[in-house]
Ligand binder design. Structure first.
Ligand code: ZN
Length: 122
């Protein structure tokens, strides 16, 4: 019971969903790169920090968004790997099965609710 693998009929659609998500996020990331005013070809490279608050704000916003997307992409990549090696759905910390309701909401969850709570307390 404790080492039951998820059947492929459950994992296959999940895998496809994650792969589509991965593609979408990669696209978003590329769009953000090109929308960053710091990367604009016409930008004067020697303007000092604080010269142009609009550019700086935009740049900070984009940097924060990019970080978020990169984090999600990493989660997706790890989840895809876990699907392939058969450890998907089991807590990375204690090895127990992760609640399926939890996985339905957050398919990239790597910890069971107990472990996540314990880690949050730290
Ligand atoms: Zn756990």
């Amino acid at each position: 019971m404790s080492f039951k693998r998820y059947p492929s009929k459950v994992l296959q659609p999940l895998k496809e969903y994650l792969q589509a998500e991965e593609e979408e996020l990669t696209k978003q990331l590329a769009e953000l790169e090109s929308g960053d005013p710091y990367n604009e070809p016409g930008r004067i490279s020697d303007n000092e920090a604080g010269d142009d608050s609009y550019e700086n704000n935009e740049h900070d916003k984009i940097t924060a968004l990019k970080k978020q997307i990169i984090k999600s992409l990493e989660e997706i990549k790890r989840t895809l790997q876990r699907i392939d090696d058969g450890s998907y759905g089991f807590c990375r910390r204690c090895g127990k099965m992760i609640n399926t309701d939890r996985l339905a909401i957050r398919p990239t969850a790597e910890l069971c609710i107990d472990c996540e709570r314990q880690l949050e307390k730290k």
